[in-house]
Structure formats: structure tokens, C-alpha cells
Design a protein around this ligand. Structure first.
Ligand code: LHQ
Length: 267
């Protein structure tokens, strides 16, 4: 396993890479992993770093301690020289969301505890969400007189539909893990002590797939709500042509016929 974020860098964002899986851990547990400016810069660098690492085939985003992420560090906002809100979004939050979406690898949010404000938005921006049974999602923006950001107004209606998104975004009530599962905000809920293992095992399964085909599937799903059926059918044909031309498709066919597990090269 390689570890980044150790001696040479502050450890509020940890990156561990093993077996084709990069695990990025938000690591400021005393503040519920609330995001400061330097932490956001390190988180962006971490995502971009693993996204262009060809050895990484799946990414897990999680938090240390009892929270996933409490969103913006609100104490930092009180500094007299704090950047304006829109500058903070344009320069720091939005690039993180774009990096999560642009990464060719699937990103799993392993939501270990409360995900509030932009912390919830980060989880929503991931491709898959699995939650510990005690996890909650809180769109806490309204309580402090702000609006949902970091993509939440776009991702949340796509995940749970407009009616539920309106309640969650406007009322700001905490959505518990069981309710999140019921409404499709997460795809699995497991006991807290099983979450890391569940995320690792899902990531290992993703990492064993043909990376090019997986990236194309991620892209197609992300684009689906912005396409009509005709455009989706055309896009699927293009993606299938690209996937089928890759040696990993031939390897998958050979493995099927030889009744053995495939060994995808990525390439
Ligand atoms: C915190 C925080 C926190 C600092 C807990 N900051 N310390 C984007 C653009 C630019 C700027 C504005 O914002 C945004 C996007 C956003 O993210 S806005 C939304 C920001 N987040 C929130 O409003 C959530 C604030 N936190 C909470 O509501 C609660 O802490 C939750 C519901 C997350 C957890 O409640 P509890 O389990 O009761 O924990 P707690 O409140 O006791 O917090 C534990 C510690 O963590 C505490 O520190 P202390 O020194 O007193 O032990 C909190 O101050 C600290 N903490 N969130 N966002």
C-alpha cells in the first residue's frame, strides 16, 4: 500500500492506494471533518492525483471519526479576510465536484457519519453511496441563511426526485440512513463497523472490471438525465464501439469461454 499525506503534508486529507483502490479520507475528526481552505486544496489535489493514476481503478471517499464531513468550516468564515462565498465556490468547491465527476474511475462515498452542507453535496457527487447505519444527511444551508451548493441542487433531484429533494433542501431535516436507503439516496446501509470493509469490497469489485468500459458507463449514467432516448441510444452505440475495440473486450470474451476470471489490462 502507498500512503500519501504523511510526513511531508498536513494529514487532514489522507490518500491510501492498494490493490487498484484509492481511499481518500477526510481527517479532521475534532471538527467533524469540516473543510478549511487548505484542506479543500489538498482534497482537490488528492482527487486529481488519483484520477490520473492508471493504477487506480476505483476511489473511496470517506471521513475519519464520527462524521463524513460537516461541510464548510464555519469558523473560518468569520475571519475578516475570508473570501466571498461565490469566490469560495468557484475557486474551491466547484473544482472538487467537477474532479469527482470527471474522474474516469467510479467514486464510492462511504458515508460513515453525518454529511452536512457541502459535505452532503460531496457525497451526492459521488457515483455510489453506501452508508453506516448511524449516518445522516443534512442540507444545513438554510439554517445559516444560505442555499444548497457544491452541486446539490443538481445532484439531489436526480437521485431522489423533485418532491423529496424539495423537502430535504428546503426543510433541512436530517435524513437518516434507513430513510436514505428507502428513497434511493444511498444504495446500501451496513452496520458502522462493517462500512470500511463493505466499501473496500465494492471498490475491489469495481477495480477488477475493464477500466475503459467502467469509465464509459460512469459517463453515460452521468449524462442520462440530460439526454433524450434517441441521444442515449446513439451515445450507447458510440460507447459500445469504443469498449468493443479495446483488448479488454476480447479478454472478457476469452475468459468467459475458458471459464476463468478475466484479467483486464486497462491499457
Ligand atoms: C464544526 C462544523 C463546521 C466548524 C461541526 N465548521 N466546526 C460553501 C461556500 C462557502 C462558505 C459557506 O458554505 C459553503 C457550503 C457549506 O457547507 S454551508 C454548511 C456548513 N455546515 C453546517 O452548517 C453544519 C454545521 N454543523 C452542524 O450543524 C452540526 O455540527 C452537525 C449536525 C454536523 C453535527 O452535530 P453534532 O453531532 O451535535 O456535533 P457538534 O455540533 O457538537 O460538533 C462537534 C464539533 O465539530 C464542534 O466543535 P467543538 O469544539 O465545540 O467540540 C463543532 O463546532 C464542530 N463543527 N460542524 N461546519
Amino acid at each position: 500500500m502507498t500512503e500519501r499525506g504523511g510526513d511531508e503534508a498536513p494529514a487532514d486529507v489522507l490518500v491510501a492506494i492498494a490493490g487498484g483502490v484509492a481511499t481518500i479520507t477526510l481527517n479532521r475528526p475534532a471538527a467533524l471533518n469540516a473543510l478549511t481552505i487548505p484542506m479543500k486544496e489538498r482534497l482537490l489535489a488528492a482527487i486529481q492525483g488519483v484520477a490520473c493514476d492508471r493504477a487506480v481503478r476505483a476511489i473511496v471517499l470517506t471521513g475519519s471519526g464520527r462524521a463524513f464531513c460537516a461541510g464548510q468550516d464555519l469558523k473560518e468564515r468569520l475571519a475578516p479576510d475570508a473570501p466571498s462565498l461565490d469566490e469560495e465556490l468557484i475557486l474551491r468547491y466547484n473544482p472538487i465536484v467537477r474532479a469527482l465527476r470527471a474522474a474516469p474511475q467510479p467514486v464510492i462515498a462511504a458515508v460513515n457519519g453525518v454529511a452536512a452542507g457541502a459535505g452532503a453535496s460531496l457525497a451526492f457527487a459521488c457515483d455510489l453511496r453506501i452508508a453506516a447505519d448511524g449516518a445522516t444527511f443534512v442540507l444545513a444551508f438554510g439554517r445559516i441563511g444560505l442555499v444548497p451548493d457544491s452541486g446539490a441542487t443538481w445532484t439531489l433531484p436526480r437521485l431522489v426526485g423533485g418532491a423529496r429533494a424539495a423537502e430535504i433542501a428546503l426543510l433541512g431535516d436530517a435524513v437518516g440512513a434507513a430513510e436514505a436507503l428507502r428513497i434511493g439516496l444511498v444504495s446500501r446501509v451496513v452496520p458502522a463497523d462493517a462500512l470500511a470493509g463493505e466499501a473496500a469490497s465494492m471498490a475491489a469489485r469495481l477495480a477488477a472490471l475493464a477500466p475503459g468500459a467502467t469509465a464509459l458507463t460512469k459517463q453515460a449514467l452521468a449524462a442520462s438525465f440530460d439526454r433524450d432516448l434517441d441521444a442515449a441510444l446513439d451515445a450507447e452505440a458510440d460507447a459500445q464501439a469504443a469498449a468493443g475495440a479495446h483488448p479488454d473486450h476480447a479478454e472478457g470474451l476469452a475468459a468467459f469461454l475458458e471459464k476463468r476470471p478475466p484479467r483486464f489490462s486497462g491499457g
